[in-house]
Design a protein around this ligand. Sequence first.
Ligand SMILES: NC(=O)c1ccc[n+]([C@@H]2O[C@H](COP(=O)([O-])OP(=O)(O)OC[C@H]3O[C@@H](n4cnc5c(N)ncnc54)[C@H](OP(=O)(O)O)[C@@H]3O)[C@@H](O)[C@H]2O)c1
Ligand SMILES: [Zn+2]
Ligand SMILES: [Zn+2]
Length: 348
Amino acid sequence: MENIYRAVEVSAPGTLRVVERTILEPGAGQVRIRVEACGICHTDAATVSGTYPGLTLPRVPGHEVVGRVEALGNGVSKWKIGQRVGVGLIAGEDGVCEPCRRGDMVNCQNPVVSGVTTDGGYAEVMIAEARALASVPDELTSAEAAPLLCAGITTYNALRNAGSRGGDLVAVQGVGGLGHLGIQFARHMGFRTVAIGRGREKEQLAKDLGAHIYIDTAAEDAAAVLQRMGGARAILATGTSGDAMGSLVPGLAANGKLIVVGVPQDQIHLNAFPLVFGGRSIHGSLTGTPIDGEDTLAFSVLENIRPMIETVPLEHAADAYARMMQGKARFRMVLLTKNGGAQSASVK
Ligand SMILES: NC(=O)c1ccc[n+]([C@@H]2O[C@H](COP(=O)([O-])OP(=O)(O)OC[C@H]3O[C@@H](n4cnc5c(N)ncnc54)[C@H](OP(=O)(O)O)[C@@H]3O)[C@@H](O)[C@H]2O)c1
Ligand SMILES: [Zn+2]
Ligand SMILES: [Zn+2]
């Protein structure tokens, strides 16, 4: 076996470049994964721009990773060589901070974060904590499973934990990597599903994904339309604009919830009136645990939900990342390594 592998690292803020690295042995409690596919999430921008708190460069981004276990560190018994597994963003808790001691591992104060505190999945090989792995079912290809491990788990978990009931009016703001999965999950969870986007271009796609209704914010006030429909029990805000989120609160029904999963750079401006009069609320939701990831994959198999993806070879990561940042991806760019079926002939 070759002792080098190819990876795409952020060498300086804004620069993604292909490098060769030496293959390392996994430490205690870790596994080495031969990566097959890795999705490009908008959160990767915080690694590429060098702005994620605590990040040091160079760093390999990527936290929607699927591959096969090829080496086990000491003490790893649950996983087998050759088994197909996935890794998401929050990829290991310290087990000792207060949230961890309360069983709230996602909010660990000192977590392993793929592509931030440790090298991620824009690579042929990745070392991961064994406790962070999700088992990937045979029904999903690696390219299909990868986006479900961040975009999928984030929207699935936020929706299933929102307390809404079948038939409730639930809106998904933003029809991107997260949003296009959120629409499918909302529809398959039995909600009256509204997609909120900018312009008419994504209307048909949103309806094809399961939205009963599409609101174009370029032409209509989304909050007013939702109120005319009786008000939303929950709005899942996946976009990258704080302005767009705050203006949705008046579209909630009494006791409705705005669930923030997008992480805009700008502020979310809120008016207290609709919060107080009607008991509306706003809260954030961060991805999920490895077992939540397995639940996401299982629900996707059960309901035949798949991400809509565009695949490119790993070595074209910079172009694929740029396409995502320009809002051109429909709807998730997924990097394939030669193990995941990418053609080595296209490698430059
Ligand atoms: N909470 C978590 O655990 C978690 C996990 C993953 C990602 N995220 C965050 O979620 C956000 C979305 O990630 P993604 O991968 O889905 O990104 P993406 O595929 O690039 O999609 C971006 C989305 O933002 C929307 N948007 C962009 N500019 C907007 C504006 N001015 N007004 C309204 N909407 C706007 C787009 O809406 P249109 O459809 O209208 O174009 C699109 O739906 C990012 O901030 C990312 O960091 C959070
Ligand atoms: Zn912790
Ligand atoms: Zn992500």
